[in-house]
Design a protein around this ligand. Structure first.
Ligand SMILES: [Zn+2]
Length: 218
C-alpha cells in the first residue's frame, strides 16, 4: 500500500515517525506557522491542509539522518533571504535539499491521491539525492507562478519515475496583461519563458555590466 512506505528508503517504516515534507522551519520563516496551504492534486480538486498536518511516514533512523540535511539547509536559506552570497559547498547542500523536497512532494502526491494511477514509485528520497545534474533558478519577483512550476515539476517527476525521456529545457509562451490597443493581439506583458533543466545546454554566460546611474533603467 502506498501509504505504508517510508518516504526516504521505501521500506516499511521501522519505528514509524512523521516526516514534514515541507519542513517546519521553512513554514515558520515564510509566514504564520498555522496557515493553510493548498496543494495541487492529480485528482480533480486541489486539497487544503495545515502545513503541520502535511506529514508522511518515515523510519525513525531515516528521519534523523535526513534531519541533518534540514539543519544544514536552514541557515543557507536564511542567507539567501538576506541576499548573502553562498559558497560552492552551500550550493551543493542546497541542491541536495531541493532534491529531498521535490521527491518528497512527488511521493506525497501519490500518497495523498490514494495512488489513482496505480503508480508504484521506483525511487524514494534516499536514492535520488545528488544523482543527477541539477539546476535551480531563483528570482525575486512579485509575480508567483507556483502552480506553473508545480505542473512542470510533476510532469518531470512522472517521466523520471517511469524511465521516460527527460526534457533538457522547457519553453512556454505567456500571454499576460491588458491588450495594448483595441483588438490587439499584443498584451502588455506577453513574454516567452525558457527553463533550462540540463545545465549542459548552457554553453556560456556573461556578467551583466553595472548600471550607469546617469541613465534611466530601461
Ligand atoms: Zn526508511
Amino acid at each position: 500500500m502506498a501509504d505504508k512506505y517510508c518516504v526516504f528508503c521505501g521500506n516499511k517504516p521501522v519505528n514509524k515517525t512523521k516526516e514534514h515534507i515541507l519542513p517546519k522551519w521553512l513554514i515558520e520563516i515564510t509566514g504564520p506557522k498555522n496557515r493553510l496551504a493548498r496543494f495541487p492534486s492529480l485528482n480533480d480538486a486541489s486539497q487544503e491542509y495545515s502545513f503541520s498536518n502535511f506529514v508522511f511516514p518515515a523510519c525513525e533512523t531515516c528521519n534523523v539522518k535526513y534531519g541533518i540535511l534540514e539543519s544544514e539547509s536552514k541557515p543557507i536559506i536564511e542567507k539567501m533571504l538576506n541576499n548573502s552570497v553562498l559558497s560552492a559547498n552551500e550550493i551543493e547542500v542546497l541542491l541536495d535539499w531541493v532534491d529531498k523536497i521535490r521527491i518528497g512532494l512527488w511521493l506525497s502526491m501519490c500518497i495523498r491521491d490514494k495512488n489513482i494511477y496505480n503508480l508504484e514509485p521506483n525511487f524514494y528520497i534516499q536514492g535520488r539525492i545528488g544523482t543527477k545534474d541539477r539546476a535551480i533558478f531563483i528570482s525575486k519577483t512579485n509575480l508567483h507562478r507556483k502552480l506553473d512550476c508545480a505542473v512542470i515539476q510533476t510532469i518531470h517527476a512522472f517521466n523520471e519515475d517511469q524511465s521516460q525521456l527527460e526534457y533538457d529545457s522547457v519553453r512556454g509562451v505567456f500571454v499576460e496583461g491588458d491588450k495594448l490597443y483595441p483588438n490587439s493581439g499584443f498584451n502588455e506583458r506577453n513574454h516567452i519563458q525558457l527553463c533550462i533543466r540540463n545545465p549542459n545546454c548552457i554553453k556560456g554566460y556573461f556578467h551583466p555590466r553595472k548600471m550607469n546611474d546617469a541613465f534611466p533603467s530601461p
